[in-house]
Design a protein around this ligand. Structure first.
Ligand SMILES: CCNc1ncnc2c1ncn2[C@@H]1O[C@H](/C=C/CNC(=O)c2cc(-c3ccc(F)cc3)cc(O)c2O)[C@@H](O)[C@H]1O
Ligand SMILES: [Mg+2]
Length: 214
């Protein structure tokens, strides 16, 4: 039977990356997406901005919305301090399966918890199920029309604290207009746009970094 793109991406990792070396996993995916098949990973250009935000925040608890194949999950986790953890939500079981294998190849299973299911159901359960108090960093990269409702849900569930950083992918392409309007105009956020390019292309895209002010 025909393989899927995530399966071919996983095979490229297993073929070209060194087991236990997260940065070689990131490189292998970027090479696959540049040379073979485009895929919706945050990519190497926006990935460098992601790296700098993660290094600056030095988070202990991270939430990622939308795992896909685990590219940004591995990229973030590779920069986390020893006891830090990332919880990543993915509701497509096939993608979750691939992501778990990419994460295992990187040797980062101990830092990453892949939770299968929709963000809308899991966000309200974060405290009771995973003992999370608040998140230090949230990376939004799932359906673009869910960024705003899920941000409001995170607020309502008390999962954001004064200083929590929200970092959102694709605020230009495909675009998240309602989310951008909210974080840029709400008195509860201080927002900053990092101009870049859509992964593996010359099209404009960027990341929006928003600090929750409490
Ligand atoms: C129902 C909402 N809750 C969710 N809870 C958990 N996981 C979710 C959820 N939504 C979506 N997901 C998962 O997140 C991933 C979805 C990501 C959506 N991303 C995009 O559409 C996207 C699209 C592009 C893009 C840009 C230009 C193009 F021409 C074509 C595509 C670029 C990107 O960087 C993107 O992130 C999938 O793995 C999906 O199964
Ligand atoms: Mg994206």
């Amino acid at each position: 039977t025909q393989s899927t793109r995530p399966q071919r991406l996983l095979h490229a990792v297993q073929k070209n990356a060194t087991k236990g070396d997260p940065r070689s996993v990131v490189k292998a995916i970027d090479n696959f997406c540049r040379q073979k098949e485009w895929a919706m990973n945050v990519g190497d250009e926006k990935g460098c901005i992601l790296d700098s935000v993660v290094s600056e925040v030095n988070p202990v608890t991270v939430l990622e919305l939308g795992t896909y194949c685990g590219y940004s999950t591995v990229r973030i986790a590779s920069l986390l301090p020893p006891r830090a953890k990332i919880i990543t939500l993915e509701f497509n079981p096939d993608y979750a399966k691939i992501a778990r294998q990419v994460i295992a190849w990187a040797g980062l299973e101990d830092k990453i918890q892949v939770v299968e299911g929709p963000s809308g159901e899991w966000i309200p359960k974060m405290k009771e199920q995973f003992g999370v108090k608040t998140f230090d960093l949230v990376f939004l990269d799932h359906w673009k029309d869910r960024y705003l409702p899920d941000t409001k849900l995170l607020e309502d569930c008390g999962l954001l604290r004064k200083g929590t950083i929200l970092l959102a992918d694709n605020v230009i392409c495909p675009g998240t207009p309602d989310y951008l309007e909210y974080v840029r105009n709400s008195p509860r956020y201080k927002s900053q746009y990092f101009k870049s390019h859509l992964e593996y292309t010359k099209a404009e895209d960027g990341l929006e970094k928003s600090v929750f002010l409490g």
